[in-house]
Design a protein around this ligand. Sequence first.
Ligand code: 1GP
Length: 238
Amino acid sequence: MILENIKYGRIRHLTLLDPEKNGPGNIKGVIEFINDSGSDGIMVGGSTNTDQESVDELVVAIKRSTKKPVILFPSSPEALSPHADAIFYLSLLNSSSLKYVVGYQVQSARLLKRTKMEVISVAYLVFEPGMTVGKVGSAKLIGREDVSTALDYATAAELMGFQAIYLEAGSGAPLSIDPAVVKAVCEDMTIPVLVGGGIRDPATAKKILDSGAAAVVTGTVAESDPAVLGKIVSAIKS
Ligand code: 1GP
């Protein structure tokens, strides 16, 4: 069970692959790097709309080259594949558009209930600078150092019964979310907290995990500097 593995520290690092940048044709080499890095799983998703066919083809190609779990991280109900092991069933709680809070979830609910995939309900909170997901998701961005608002949303997520919380600075963010915010949220939560966006070096990844995050997610680094990916994972696991 992927949620259990996140909860009990067996999944500490996830690598995000964007179907827009990675096709089934070029994925083998990327997966080899990820396999060698020791990353605990692969997330598939991006902020812009991707059709079901390209997501499915990518997931199938990834599964062919790795035994690591593949988790969907969908931007829309179209970005699904029955071949993944799990899905982060995201609700962007600080979006001003109902579609990202509950609309997309309603569209895919009956389909997901019938799949064998593990469905993990995740409260997705987008922080400054938010990058593409902040814009596309019409997020009312939470300040990078705004502990109070972060706690308001995270507590609401916990009380509403979400299984996990995802603190997102946006892919390609120049800085990750402030570790002090991560610490304040994690100290007060009984559900696992994932953190992503702007994590590009071992020290930052370690600081975020030491602040209480259950797992960190890196995306850009796997594409721009695969050698660093291994260093990040080693730092996390040391
Ligand atoms: C996944 O947004 C992250 O949630 C990935 O961010 O591309 O900045 O690592 P990076």
